[in-house]
Design a protein around this ligand. Structure first.
Ligand code: HEC
Length: 100
C-alpha cells in the first residue's frame, strides 16, 4: 500500500507533464523482461504483450496502472522499490497504454 501511495503522489506532483515521465522507461523495460514477462506469457499462450494489448485489458487509466503494478509486484514477493515501479509504469505507458 505504501508504494501505491508513493506512486500516486508522484503522479499528482507531475500532473501537468506526461504521466510517469520521471520514470526511466528503459530501465523499466529491462526489469519487465526479467521479472514480469514469463508469468504473463504463461497466461497468454507465450505472448507476454497480449496482457496489455487484449481488447478487454483491465487497466483504464494511470492510477489503475499504478495499482496493477503494485498488485503484481506483491505477487513477486514485494521486492521492488517505488522507483522500480515508476520505471515499470513509464515503460508500460510509453509502449502500450499511452495515457496522457
Ligand atoms: C505470478 C504471475 C505474475 C507476475 C510475476 C506478474 N504479473 Fe502482472 N498480471 C498477472 C495476471 C494473472 C494478470 C491479469 C489479471 C487479470 O486479468 O485479472 C496481470 C496483469 C497485469 C497488468 C494489467 C494488464 C491489463 O489488463 O491492462 C499489469 C499492468 C501488470 N500485470 C504488470 C506487471 C508487472 C509490471 C509485473 C512485474 C513487476 C508483473 N505484472 C508480474 C500475473 C503476474
Amino acid at each position: 500500500m505504501k508504494t501505491l501511495f508513493a506512486l500516486l503522489a508522484m503522479i499528482s506532483i507531475s500532473a501537468s507533464a506526461a504521466p510517469f515521465d520521471k520514470g526511466d522507461a528503459k530501465a523499466g523495460k529491462a526489469l519487465h523482461d526479467k521479472q514480469c514477462n514469463a508469468c504473463h506469457a504463461a497466461r497468454f499462450s507465450g505472448d507476454a504483450n497480449k496482457i496489455y494489448t487484449r481488447a478487454d485489458r483491465r487497466v483504464k487509466n494511470t492510477s489503475g496502472l499504478a495499482q496493477m503494478i503494485t498488485a503484481c509486484n506483491a505477487n513477486l514477493g514485494n521486492n521492488l522499490f517505488p522507483e522500480d515501479e515508476l520505471n515499470l509504469a513509464a515503460h508500460l505507458n510509453t509502449t502500450f497504454y499511452k495515457f496522457k
